[in-house]
Structures are given as C-alpha cells and as structure tokens.
Design a protein around this ligand. Structure first.
Ligand SMILES: O=C(CO)[C@H](O)[C@H](O)COP(=O)(O)O
Length: 136
C-alpha cells in the first residue's frame, strides 16, 4: 500500500488487519520515521519509504537499511497525468549505488519509454495515465 496521506501512523493497524503486506509512507508526513518503521514491521508488514521531489535522498538514507523499498516521486503527489520529472533520476542513481539490494520505485508521469528510470537503477515503476492512453 502506498499511503499518500498525512499522519500515516493512524493507518498502520487498520492496514495490517485488512491484509496489507507492505506499508509505504511519505517521509515528509511524519516527525518520527524510526518509530513508524518499527511499528509497521511489528504489525507484520514490510516497509516502503517515499520522498517527494523537493526532498533530497540524504533524508532517506539513514532509514534505508530498515526498509525494503524506496519510492522516488517523479511528480508532486496529488494526481495523475503530470509530467515526468527526469531530474529526479540522480536520486535513483545515488540510492542504487549506495543500497544495491533495495527495491527502488518511481511514481509519476512515467511513459512508454521508462529507460531513464531503469538506467538510473529503478526496478519498479508506477504508471497510470500512459497505460490508459494505450488502452483507448
Ligand atoms: O498518484 C500519483 C501522484 O500523486 C501518480 O502520479 C500516479 O500514481 C501515477 O499516475 P501517472 O502515471 O498518470 O502520473
């Protein structure tokens, strides 16, 4: 589950009860990432950590060994159909270099040519609008 929400602490138990096996939250949405990561693991879920375009990877790095996935937003969170921010790829590359075994996801504006994401080191993508475009 990608929890694009404020106060992500309040949804950990409900999501675990509902059967979620991974809980991804936004680093900017909590004042105590360490406690939240611990709580998610204790509720039987894996942990993903997302950062918005304005957040540098240095803020995520201290938590990288406690999570299974880093999510680099390639649009401002909020809605689909926005333009892919290729200037986020250095973050992906840095994370791949520093944490080779980490899943790295990019989310937002990813089109049919996802090579910049793969070349930077992402191994997971989220895409919506472009898939809908292919289907019509
Ligand atoms: O939720 C989003 C931003 O908040 C994402 O942009 C969305 O999940 C992916 O959609 P798209 O491929 O159309 O950018």
């Amino acid at each position: 589950m990608h929890m694009m929400v404020s106060r992500p602490e309040q949804w950990v138990t409900p999501m675990a009860v509902a059967g979620a096996n991974q809980y991804t939250f936004h680093l900017e949405a909590t004042e105590n990432p360490g406690a939240l990561i611990k709580d998610i693991w204790e509720n039987g879920m894996k942990v993903g950590l997302a950062i918005k375009p304005g957040t540098t990877v240095e803020y995520l790095a201290p938590w990288a060994n406690q999570i299974v996935m880093a999510l680099v937003m390639t649009v401002e969170p909020g809605f689909g159909g926005q333009k892919f921010m290729e200037d986020m790829m250095p973050k992906v590359h840095w994370l791949r270099t520093q944490f080779p075994s980490l899943d790295i996801e990019v989310d937002g504006g990813v089109g049919p040519d996802s090579r910049p994401c793969a070349e930077a080191g992402a191994n997971m993508i989220v895409t919506s609008q472009e898939v809908r475009n292919w289907c019509v």
